[in-house]
Design a protein around this ligand. Structure first.
Ligand code: AMP
Ligand code: GLY
Length: 423
C-alpha cells in the first residue's frame, strides 16, 4: 500500500521512516516533506500543501492511508475533508482538535470532566484580566487561547510581567486572533513529562513515555522553543504514575470527548506537570505526537505502526499491543543560527553523519536542491541515538552531532540531564 504523511518536520520524517518499515508499505509520500524525506529509500516528497489538492492527489494515487503530523492542518479541518471524501486518515477532526487549538476549550473541558489541571479563568477584557492577576498574585501563567507555535505562553514571575503579557495579547494583538482571548492559570511547580497515546475514540494505547527540553540553553535557561531535545523512556513516569495518568487524565479525556459528541481519534499528547509528591496535572493537550518526542519514541517502536493505526481507525485499540526496544533513545536537536526568534535560512549543511542501526539523523528545516542540502527553518535536525542507558544513548547522539557542520548551528550539550539525576 501507499501511505501519505502530512507535514515537513522532524516528527514527520520519523513517522514516514517508521511507516516505510512496515512490510505492508511500498511507498510513503510526505507532503511537503524536507531534505531528509527527499532522499530516504521508499519516501517521496509531494510539493502540495493546499488541502483539497492533497485530497485529489490521494485519490489519484490510490493512497490507502494518510497520517497528519502537525496541528495546523488538523485545526484547518484536513481530517473532516478527507473523511467527507471517503479517504482513510488518522487524526482528530477540527472539532476534536480544539483540545489543542483552543486553550479555553481544553480548560473548560477538563473542568467539566474533573480532569486535574491548574485553576484558571478566561478573559477577553484586559482590565478584568489584570484585576484577576492582581488578586491571584505571581507567579502566574498567561496563555493565548489559540495556536501560537509554542510562543503563546508566558510564565510570569511578577504581576507586572503578567500585565505586560495580557496587554501584548489583548491590547496590542501580538498574536492576532489567537490572542483575542487569554487563559490565566495558576503556576504549577514540578517536573514536566510528555504522555502520548493513540486513541480510537473509546480506547487508548499508551506509547512509550518521554520528556523534552523546551528551553534553548543548557541548564534549562533562555527562551522557550518548540523543543531542543527529548528522550524516551522518562524515568519520572513510574508504573504507578503511568496507571494514574491513564485513569485520571487520558481515559476521562477520551470518554469525555465521546460523551460531548466529539469522538477523539488520533495521537493525543498530554503535557503533564508532576509535583514533588508525584501528583500529575495536565498543562496542555496536543492533538498530535510531540516534536522532538516522536523521534526517540518512534526510534524505539518495534511494532508495525500501520497495524496500530489500522487498529485505531477500526476502533480496536483495546486488542492492540505495542512492543518497544528496551533501550533508551535520545534526540539532540540542532537548530539554525538565531533560533527561536529569527532563524537564519540558507546556510549550507556541509557535513552529516551516516545513519546506522543505532543512530538516525531526522531532518526538519532542511531542503535538498541539486544534491545540496540547506537550512530552511529553525529546528534543522534531530540526531537520534539508541543506547543501553541514558548515558550510552547520549554519548552516541553527541558523537554524531559533532559530525554535523553548518554555519551558526546551535544545540544543547545537556539533553537527558533530568533522566540522569538520582531519584
Ligand atoms: P503549554 O503550551 O500550555 O504547555 O505551555 C508551554 C510551557 O509553559 C509548558 O511546557 C510549561 O513549561 C509552561 N507552563 C504552562 N502552563 C504552566 C503552569 N500552569 N505552571 C507552570 N508552567 C506552565
Ligand atoms: N515538544 C513539545 C511539542 O511538540 O509540543
Amino acid at each position: 500500500m501507499k501511505v501519505l504523511v502530512i507535514g515537513s518536520g522532524g516528527r514527520e520524517h520519523a513517522l514516514a521512516w517508521r511507516l516505510a518499515q512496515s512490510e505492508r508499505v511500498q511507498l510513503v509520500y510526505v507532503a511537503p516533506g524536507n531534505g531528509g524525506t527527499a532522499t530516504d529509500p521508499r519516501l517521496e516528497n509531494v510539493p502540495i500543501t493546499d488541502l483539497p489538492a492533497l485530497a485529489d492527489f490521494v485519490e489519484r494515487e490510490g493512497i490507502a492511508l494518510s497520517v497528519v503530523g502537525p496541528e495546523a492542518p488538523m485545526a484547518a479541518g484536513v481530517v473532516n475533508l478527507f473523511r467527507a471524501r471517503g479517504l482513510r486518515i488518522f487524526g482528530p477532526t477540527r472539532e476534536a482538535a480544539q483540545l489543542e487549538s483552543s486553550k479555553d476549550f481544553a480548560k473548560a473541558f477538563m473542568q467539566r470532566h474533573g480532569i486535574p489541571t491548574a485553576q484558571y479563568r478566561t478573559f477577553t477584557d484586559a482590565a478584568a484580566a489584570r484585576a484577576y492577576v492582581a488578586e491571584r498574585g505571581a507567579p502566574i501563567v498567561v496563555k493565548a487561547d489559540g495556536l501560537a507555535a509554542g510562543k503563546g505562553v508566558v510564565v510570569a514571575q511578577t504581576v507586572a510581567e503578567a500585565h505586560a503579557a495580557i496587554d501584548a495579547m489583548l491590547v496590542d494583538n501580538r498574536f492576532g486572533t489567537s490572542g483575542a482571548r487569554v487563559v490565566i492559570e495558576d503556576f504549577l511547580a514540578g517536573e514536566e513529562a510528555s504522555f502520548i497515546v493513540m486513541s480510537d475514540g473509546r480506547h487508548a494505547l499508551a506509547l512509550a513515555t518521554s520528556q523534552d527540553h523546551k528551553r534553548l540553553l543548557d541548564g534549562d535557561a533562555g527562551p522557550n522553543t518548540g523543543g531542543m531535545g527529548a528522550y524516551s523512556p522518562a524515568p519520572i513516569v513510574t508504573p504507578a504514575l503511568h496507571a494514574r495518568v491513564m485513569r485520571e487524565i487520558i481515559l476521562p479525556t477520551i470518554h469525555g470527548m465521546a460523551a460531548d459528541g466529539q469522538n477523539y481519534v488520533g495521537f493525543l499528547y498530554a503535557g503533564l506537570m508532576i509535583d514533588a509528591a508525584g501528583n500529575p496535572k495536565t498543562l496542555e493537550f496536543n492533538c498530535r505526537l510531540g516534536d522532538p518526542e516522536a523521534q526517540p519514541i518512534l526510534a524505539r517502536m518495534k511494532s508495525d505502526l500501520v497495524d496500530l493505526i489500522d487498529a485505531a481507525l477500526d476502533g480496536k485499540l483495546d486488542q492492540a499491543e505495542v512492543e518497544w526496544d528496551r533501550r533508551t533513545a535520545l534526540a539532540v536537536v540542532v537548530a539554525a543560527h538565531g533560533y527561536p526568534d529569527a532563524p537564519r535560512k540558507g546556510d549550507a549543511i556541509t557535513r552529516l553523519p551516516a545513519d546506522s542501526d543505532d543512530c538516525i539523523v531526522f531532518h526538519a528545516g532542511t531542503e535538498r536542491d541539486d544534491g545540496k542540502l540547506t537550512v530552511t527553518g529553525g529546528r534543522v535536525l534531530a540526531v537520534t541515538a539508541l543506547g543501553d542507558s541514558v548515558r550510552a544513548a547520549r554519548s552516541r547522539a553527541y558523537a554524531a552531532v559533532e559530525q554535523v557542520e553548518f554555519a551558526g548551528m546551535q544545540y544543547r550539550r545537556d539533553i537527558g540531564h533530568r533522566a540522569l539525576k538520582p531519584r
